[in-house]
Design a protein around this ligand. Structure first.
Ligand code: SAM
Ligand code: SF4
Length: 424
C-alpha cells in the first residue's frame, strides 16, 4: 500500500517537473510512513529527526511527511517537528505536488480521509512490467488490534471503469503483471459488481500475463473467487489469506468474524480446485488474553496448513484500537518467545515446500539485477517466490523459464532454460 503511494507520489511530482534523485542532491525529501506497528512509526520518526540537519544544510529544502502516520499524528508532528513543511494524509497525496509547485503555505493536508481520487490514475510507474492498482481504499472491518480504519478512512470502492481504464493503460505501456490492491479486496462492491466479477474481467484483458490480488479476508472469501482463480489462466496460483490466530477464542476477541474451521474449509476447497496454490498468511502472537492453549492452536494451525510463507508479528497495542484497552495484555518477553517459536517452525516449512520445487521448470518474470552478483538476476514465479539465476540485465521485464536447482526458505536458485523463447 505504502509502496504504491510512494510510486504514485513520484509520478505526480514528475508531472510537475521534479525528478527523483539522491538525498544529497535533492531539494525535497518525501517520507511515506506507516503506523500499523509501532516499530515502523518509530523508524519514520527517527528519519524525520535525521532530516533536520539535511534541511539546514541548504536553504530552500522541503520535508514532506506523507502516509498514515501523517494522518494519525498531524498536530503532534507539527508541534514536535516544526521543520516539516507538509504533513499529508493518504487521501490527500494527489493535492501535494500542485500545492508545492504553487508554494502555497498549507502545512497540514489530512482532510480527505474518507474520500479518494476519482478517475483512472495514469501516471509514471517505477516498473514498466509490474504494477499495483488500488481497487478499494480504507477499511471498515475494525479488527480489534488494527489502526488502519482510523488512519486510512472508511471503505471506498473505486468505480469499475476507473480500475479497468487504469489496467488497460498499464498493459498498453507493457505491464505484464497486475496486483489488485485493497485492505480487503474480497469485499469489493461497485454498482452490482463483486470482486469475482472484477477479477474475471481484469484477468481476461488482452495482453495481461499475470494477475494477483491482496489482501483477502477469510470472512468474505467465497467459492466464486476460487472458481475464477481456477478458470482464468492469468490468475496466479498464489493467495495471501491472513488467519491471525488458530484459536477461535482469540479470533473472536480480534473481531475477525470467522472461525478456524471456516478458514480450514476455504483452504481445503482452494487446494481441491488449485492443487499447486501457494498460500501465505499473517499471524499475531501475544494478542491480549492469548494463553498457552490458544498459542498451541496457532502453532498447530501453522504446522497443519503448511503455508509457503507467513508474515509473523508480535502484538503491538495501537492507539484508538479496542485491543489496546482489553484485559490480559501480555509481557513483551512472552510475545517475543511465541513469535520466535513460530518463526522457527515456518522457516522449516518454507524450506521443505521450496525444496519440493527442485527439478521443476517454472515461469519467471525477471524483476531486477541481483544485488549480490553482477552476473545474476532476480525474478518472481507465479507462486510469488523469488528466483535467482544467471542472466543479463536485458532479461529484466521479460518472462523466462527457469529450472530450479536449489531452494532456501525465501529464495529459489535456478538455471534459465537454454534455447527457450524469451517473451518480449
Ligand atoms: N487488511 C489486511 C488483513 O485484514 O489481513 C492486513 C492489514 S495490516 C496492514 C497487515 C498485518 O499487520 C495484519 O494482517 C496483522 O497481522 C498485522 N497487524 C496489524 N495490526 C497489528 C498490531 N497492532 N500488532 C501486530 N500486528 C498487527
Ligand atoms: Fe485492519 Fe482488519 Fe481492516 Fe485488515 S481487515 S485493514 S486487519 S481492520
Amino acid at each position: 500500500m505504502n509502496d504504491l503511494d510512494s510510486e504514485l507520489l513520484e509520478g505526480l511530482f514528475m508531472k510537475q517537473g521534479f525528478n527523483a534523485g539522491s538525498l544529497e542532491e535533492a531539494d525535497v525529501a518525501v517520507l511515506v510512513t506507516c503506523c500499523v506497528r509501532e516499530t515502523a512509526e518509530n523508524r519514520a520518526l527517527g528519519r524525520v529527526s535525521r532530516l533536520k540537519k539535511w534541511k539546514e544544510e541548504r536553504p530552500g529544502r522541503y520535508i514532506i511527511l506523507a502516509g498514515c502516520l501523517a494522518q494519525k499524528e498531524s498536530e503532534k508532528l507539527r508541534k514536535n517537528y516544526p521543520y516539516i513543511d507538509y504533513i499529508v494524509g493518504p487521501g490527500n497525496i494527489f493535492d501535494l505536488p500542485v500545492l508545492l509547485k504553487e508554494q502555497e503555505q498549507k502545512t497540514i493536508l489530512v482532510d480527505k480521509l474518507n474520500e479518494r481520487h476519482k478517475g483512472p490514475i495514469i501516471t509514471y510507474r517505477r516498473s514498466s512490467f509490474r504494477a499495483s492498482v488500488n481497487i478499494t481504499y480504507g477499511c471498515e472491518n475494525y479488527c480489534a488490534y488494527c489502526i488502519v480504519p482510523y488512519v486510512r478512512g472508511k471503505l471506498v470502492n473505486r468505480p469499475v471503469d476507473d480500475i479497468l481504464q487504469e489496467v488497460q493503460a498499464l498493459i498498453r505501456k507493457g505491464v505484464k503483471e497486475i496486483t489488485l490492491l485493497g485492505q480487503n479486496v474480497n469485499a469489493y462492491w461497485y454498482k452490482g459488481w463483486k470482486f469475482p466479477d472484477l477479477l474475471k474481467t481484469v484477468a481476461r484483458i488482452e495482453g495481461l500475463e499475470r494477475v494477483r490480488f491482496v489482501t483477502s479476508h477469510p470472512k468474505d472469501f467465497t467459492d466464486d473467487i476460487i472458481k475464477v482463480m481456477a478458470e482464468e489462466p492469468s490468475v496466479c496460483e498464489s493467495l495471501h489469506l491472513p488467519l491471525q490466530s488458530g484459536s477461535n477464542k482469540i479470533l473472536q476477541r480480534m473481531g475477525r468474524r470467522y472461525t478456524f474451521e471456516k478458514y480450514q474449509s476455504i483452504v481445503t476447497r482452494i487446494r481441491q480446485y488449485i492443487p499447486d496454490i501457494a498460500l501465505s498468511s499473517d499471524f499475531i502472537t501475544g494478542f491480549p488474553g492469548e494463553d498457552e492453549e490458544d498459542f498451541e492452536k496457532t502453532r498447530w494451525a501453522l504446522e497443519s496448513i503448511r503455508y509457503d510463507t507467513a508474515f509473523l508479528f508480535l502484538y503491538n497495542p495501537r492507539p484508538m484500537t479496542r485491543a489496546a484497552s482489553l484485559s490480559g495484555q501480555l509481557p513483551y518477553e512472552v510475545k517475543q518467545q511465541r513469535l520466535a517459536r513460530l518463526i522457527e517452525i515456518q522457516q522449516q516449512i518454507s524450506l521443505q515446500i521450496n525444496r519440493q520445487t527442485i527439478g521443476e521448470t517454472v515461469s519467471v518474470l525477471v524483476t531486477h539485477p541481483s544485488p549480490r552478483y553482477e552476473e545474476q538476476v532476480v525474478g518472481r514465479t507465479r507462486s510469488d517466490k523469488n528466483v535467482v539465476f544467471e542472466g543479463t540485465p536485458n532479461l529484466i521485464g521479460k518472462l523466462v523459464r527457469v529450472k530450479i536447482r536449489e531452494a532456501y526458505p525465501s529464495t529459489l536458485i535456478g538455471v534459465k532454460c537454454a534455447n527457450e523463447k524469451v517473451f518480449p
